[in-house]
Design a binder for this molecule. Structure first.
Ligand code: SF4
Ligand code: SF4
Ligand code: SF4
Length: 396
């Protein structure tokens, strides 16, 4: 073992990146002081990572990754190396690594049961940072920042906070919610962005500047987990399927009072009994939200309402009668014939014909169409000329 290589890396205080973040000194302890000779070096994303924010490492910074691999091989005198890449990796990544001598590439997830105590398993970000540190450079971190349809990938110094990534991406958020880690992440309030992104699950930051419903987000996360589980562990496979069914009931107004207790025990079991980071992290958001957003779960399951106005089952589209100028654009855009009255009249939506597609709200130049709580009126009940209806503007 090349002590100088190891000591220079440890001296920089580097952490293993990803869902199982820990100091490299801790991760390497069996090899450094326990007398274990490393047999294989595996480079792979966490199984729970579905964003692969740092894939540019495999193309734009391939030389850096190769250097990091060389350092690890030399430092731990390890001959065998395997690189795991996502099946969804772009062609340019696959082409860049095809036929690289001595570096076989496997496409897919690592089967953690096959990883032995003599195997060194590192995230690509960690390998790149080992190379940076040896070259006297600052460790870096890739992250995706997404809002609505926009998504940006950035690479900033490792210790950068969530807020710094958001700002560097050109976004800003004053109210709403931020989810650090995507489906397997944590919900933060806009005032909590002053913490390092590093270690907060995978590096995807999602911004929800308007309304955010934790129950709806948890439902999408569980549906993703149920669809993407490899199926080897019963709790991950069946548990996530059952969780997604309970949550689907909650967001569609069919939840039963005992469902919250089921969600608690199922999410605990999935988190504790799954063998890899995918199953363990798949319930992270739900477990946190069941505590921090318990009122929202009660509102959906017991109260049959979504206070954020996000879940379609509990909302209708409606025209604010005080804002409508009768331009008729919404009626022309509606494919379901659900909008009444013509030019010059305040338009009204027939909730029985409305398919809740949102097209009308998207085309309204006055931003007069909102989602409102089922049954709430914000416009006239009969044909009314523009300007003849006054009310305070209420979104929900
Ligand atoms: S936890 Fe889920 S993804 Fe991981 S091995 Fe088990 S079934 Fe597969
Ligand atoms: S939400 Fe869709 S279906 Fe409903 S009124 Fe608007 S355009 Fe028509
Ligand atoms: S598009 Fe907007 S302003 Fe125009 S008629 Fe419809 S609700 Fe009124």
């Amino acid at each position: 073992m090349k002590q100088e290589l190891v000591q220079k890396t440890l001296g920089a205080g580097l952490y293993e990146y990803g869902h199982h973040a820990c100091p490299l000194a801790q991760k390497w302890e069996p090899f450094l002081t326990g007398g274990v000779q490393a047999e294989k070096l595996l480079v792979a994303y966490d199984n729970a990572d579905y964003t692969f924010a740092s894939l540019p490492l495999f193309t734009e910074e391939k030389a850096l990754l190769l250097k990091g691999l060389g350092i690890l091989r030399e430092a731990f005198s390890v001959e065998r190396v395997e690189i795991y890449l996502p099946e969804s990796a772009p062609e340019e990544v696959k082409t860049a690594w095809a036929g690289e001598p001595g570096l076989p590439v496997v496409y897919g997830k690592v089967d953690v049961r096959e990883v032995g105590s003599k195997d060194l398993l590192h995230h690509p970000e960690t390998v790149a940072n080992i190379a940076r540190v040896q070259a006297g450079q600052e460790p870096m971190l890739y992250a995706q920042v997404a809002q609505d349809e926009q998504e940006k990938t950035l690479c900033l110094p490792l210790e950068s906070t969530v807020g710094k990534f958001v700002k560097a991406a050109g976004f800003a958020i004053a109210e709403g919610a931020v989810v650090a880690g995507g489906y397997f992440g944590r919900m933060l309030a806009p005032g909590q962005l002053n913490q390092p992104l590093y270690g907060l699950s995978n590096c995807r930051i999602e911004l929800y500047p308007g309304s955010f419903c934790a129950v709806s987000f948890a439902q999408k996360a569980s549906a993703h987990a149920a669809a993407e589980s490899c199926g080897r562990c019963t709790f991950c496979r069946e548990g996530n399927y059952q969780i997604s069914r309970f949550l689907k009931s909650a967001v569609t107004g069919r939840g039963a009072e005992e469902d919250t207790a089921w969600l608690r025990s199922l999410s605990e079991a999935v988190g504790e009994e799954s063998v890899c980071s995918f199953g363990q992290e798949s319930v992270r958001f739900l477990r946190d939200a069941l505590v921090s957003e318990s009122k929202s779960f009660d509102a959906h399951i017991k109260g049959k309402r979504c206070d954020a106005g996000v879940c379609q089952a509990f909302t209708d589209y409606a025209v604010d009668g005080s804002l409508c100028v009768g331009c008729d654009k919404c009626r022309q855009a509606c494919r379901y014939g659900a909008i009444e009255d013509g030019p010059g009249f305040i338009h009204r939506i027939d909730v029985f014909d409305c398919a809740k597609c949102g097209e009308c709200a998207a085309v309204c130049p006055e931003k007069a169409i909102y989602r409102v709580r089922v049954g709430r009126l914000i416009g006239p009940t009969k044909a009314t000329k523009v300007g003849r209806f006054r009310t305070s503007r209420k979104q929900y």
